[in-house]
Design a protein around this ligand. Structure first.
Ligand SMILES: CC(C)(COP(=O)(O)OP(=O)(O)OC[C@H]1O[C@@H](n2cnc3c(N)ncnc32)[C@H](O)[C@@H]1OP(=O)(O)O)[C@@H](O)C(=O)NCCC(=O)NCCS
Length: 152
């Protein structure tokens, strides 16, 4: 996207005239590493307990939540707990479909697909499709380029 166009869209978003690219950020802005920010239809990024690294060409459906926030709760008291080690990595070329929730401390491998409504609680390898709660691998996508064979 041209930089002037991006500037105008961001400006209109900040005034509330455009909603479809709305990104909601909870927590420090400097912990969100997202080259295309603020491009996301209703995504919530929570950086309260860690950083979020979004790769290149990551596609988001609407209403995705990427949540590093952690708290202490023992059934009686609720305390803020901010270890700053609950980072989330979304690899290049992932598709995070609508309504998916990515929890803290998780990495989604390059080229993987997180299906709509999945809750990702553990690392996702590259090039697979995951679905469900908690998200499980459903199938290989086979789109990861294989390394070239080398001749000794
Ligand atoms: C990614 C997506 C299109 C894949 O759906 P699909 O093409 O039907 O997937 P497949 O045919 O490969 O399904 C393989 C299996 O996974 C299951 N599955 C597919 N999507 C699922 C989901 N979101 N949650 C749980 N299971 C799912 C299928 O039921 C099927 O199970 P089965 O083998 O027991 O029959 C779909 O999950 C999805 O996320 N749709 C919404 C896309 C979206 O967010 N659009 C908005 C703009 S980005």
């Amino acid at each position: 996207m041209g930089s002037l166009r991006k500037f105008i869209i961001n400006f209109l978003c900040s005034l509330g005239f455009i909603n479809d690219r709305r990104v909601i950020l909870r927590g420090p802005r400097e912990r969100l590493h997202y080259p295309d920010y603020p491009n996301g239809p209703g995504i919530i990024f929570n950086t309260n307990s860690g950083s979020i690294f979004v790769g290149n060409k990551v596609v988001f459906g609407h209403d995705v939540m990427v949540l590093t926030g952690k708290h202490e709760f023992d059934g009686v008291s609720f305390k803020k707990h901010l270890p700053d080690k609950n980072d989330i990595h979304l690899g290049d070329g992932c598709w995070i479909a609508s309504g998916a929730i990515i929890l803290g401390g998780v990495s989604v491998g390059a080229g993987s697909l997180v299906c709509a409504g999945a809750v990702v609680t553990k690392d996702v390898p590259p090039g697979v499709m995951v679905a469900g709660i908690p998200a499980k691998v459903i199938k290989q996508l086979n789109q990861i380029p294989k390394p070239q064979a080398t001749v000794a």
